[in-house]
Write a protein that binds this ligand. Structure first.
Ligand SMILES: [Fe+2]
Ligand SMILES: [Fe+2]
Length: 472
């Protein structure tokens, strides 16, 4: 009976009940996860009813169920996309062979590292966002924050499932370590740089969801191509949740842009700060910061690691199966930017070692589409201002441009010019203090903070004054 009760608490479509060993491992991990959630998850609001969607199945229509849930009682579960019959490995040296249901011994260490690196980002973002509930611009936004948070928690469950199910004792140790690292901690930081940055305000949160969660989308999409079938199926389902996080980011920034434009027109001024809005030049600085931090997550432009992951069949390209080449990249080349003295140049590099740059290109094109939609909002107000992505060499800490200073428009600049100009390019302490000063909680039903426009529609078509979080 105990195991049936446990199944009810962990929804899953992986026949957990039939695998006693795995069940015990997850049973052992669950209270540690809840302890972490309690310590490092959203600050406050743990006893409140939140209008959340929960994954209940993986088919296209039936997976999301909306209802009031207290966050610690969220039904974190293990969901894999349905298996594809006779799935094959689609790229690399094992191309054409049946996909692996288990970890091939020779790739055990590499796969574990890939899964742990992905898994580490999930709790990290929850930690980064844990203080934001206190300063929500509306109940709608508060609910969206918590939806993102519980789903990142579920993504952690997804990676822990893979570790526990396929990596034995090592996997269980990694599962524990995922709960022990802390975003921004000096002694035990999260693995990747962007996940140790602060998310001090809601503008940063929306930018993070737009830029950094989108890195997640591209990493997951590449892992969804993996020859290791359980990883592929896990990532395919995670992508359906990730789409919502990017919606939160894009629509959040779009609503702030919208509000800035309204204030500019209403008061016939560019100085919307006087009227409690966030001005477009400040938005541009935040874009520069969050985009550059996120570009680093793709790694070095030329990478033998990426080549090895590909050749081994572990991590493919974005939409690998839609491409019509040899899927081995033995011969071809790919354009990669690099430095030639003080100049930024494009070189043809072997396609196989250029996979990080290729994924960064796919990512950048996707970001640009979102920026275009923000610019539409500005244009529709008849305002002459264009938001842009910074040049990809701007403010990079990883790869070919880590040692040089580059302007947002892509010029290598001297230290002196950087020192003189970086305040125009990146948020300053004053910008951050101003944005911080706007972060006053608005928790009345249907009300919105002055610096952000209301959403176009409610969650699950709810009315404007819907009580997304029951505070009383
Ligand atoms: Fe995630
Ligand atoms: Fe996400």
């Amino acid at each position: 009976m105990a195991s049936i009760d446990y199944i009810e608490r962990i929804p899953n479509n992986v026949s957990l009940a039939e695998d006693r060993r795995l069940l015990r491992a997850l049973e052992d991990w669950q209270p540690k996860f809840l302890e972490w959630w309690h310590d490092m998850g959203p600050e406050g609001f743990q006893a409140q009813d939140v209008y959340l969607r929960t994954a209940v199945s993986v088919d296209a229509k039936g997976w999301a169920q909306f209802g009031y849930v207290k966050m610690p009682e969220y039904r974190w579960g293990i969901f894999l996309a349905e298996p594809e019959a006779d799935r094959r490995i689609n790229f690399g040296e094992h191309q054409g062979q049946p996909a692996w249901p288990d970890v091939p011994g020779e790739y055990r260490g590499t796969l574990r590292r890939l899964i742990v690196t992905q898994g580490d980002t999930e709790p990290a973002s929850v930690e980064q966002q844990r203080h934001l509930g206190r300063t929500c611009p509306s109940l709608y936004d508060l609910r969206n924050l918590f939806q993102v948070n519980v789903e990142e928690g579920r993504h952690l469950w997804a990676m822990v499932y893979l570790l526990d199910a396929h990596f034995g004792r090592d996997g269980r140790e990694e599962s524990e370590a995922l709960l022990q690292r802390r975003s921004g901690d000096h002694d035990k930081p999260r693995i990747l740089g962007a996940f140790n940055e602060k998310t001090p305000d809601w503008l940063s949160f929306f930018m993070f969801c737009f830029f950094t969660d989108r890195d997640g989308k591209y990493q997951l999409a590449s892992l969804a191509e993996s020859g290791f079938d359980p990883l592929s199926r896990t990532c395919r389902f995670m992508l359906t949740e990730e789409a919502h996080h990017m919606f939160v980011g894009e629509s959040g920034v779009g609503r702030i842009v919208q509000r800035a434009c309204e204030l500019m027109r209403e008061h016939k001024t560019d100085d919307v700060r006087k009227h409690g809005g966030i001005d477009l030049p400040t938005m541009q600085k935040y874009i520069n910061f969050h985009c550059s931090v996120s570009l680093d997550l793709f790694g070095s432009e030329v990478s033998t690691n990426a080549a090895n992951f590909y050749t081994a069949g572990l991590k493919g390209r974005f939409e690998e199966t839609k491409k019509s080449d040899d899927h081995r990249l033995k011969g071809g080349t790919y354009p990669v930017i690099g430095l030639d003295g003080e100049k930024i140049v494009t070189r043809q590099e072997a396609a196989l070692v250029s996979l990080n740059e290729r994924l960064r290109d796919d990512y950048t094109a996707d970001c640009q589409r979102g920026v275009n939609r923000w610019n539409e909002i500005i244009k529709n107000h008849g305002i002459d201002f264009t938001l842009t992505l910074p040049h990809r060499a701007f403010r990079r800490a990883i790869g070919a441009f880590a040692e040089v200073k580059v302007s947002p428009d892509g010029r290598v600049v001297s230290e002196a010019e950087w020192d003189a100009r970086h305040r125009d390019w990146l948020p300053t302490a004053e910008d951050e203090a101003y944005v911080g000063s706007l972060m006053q909680p608005v928790t009345e039903r249907g009300k919105m903070a002055n610096w952000i426009a209301p959403p176009a529609r409610g969650v699950n078509s709810q009315a404007e004054d819907f009580e997304y979080v029951r505070l009383s």
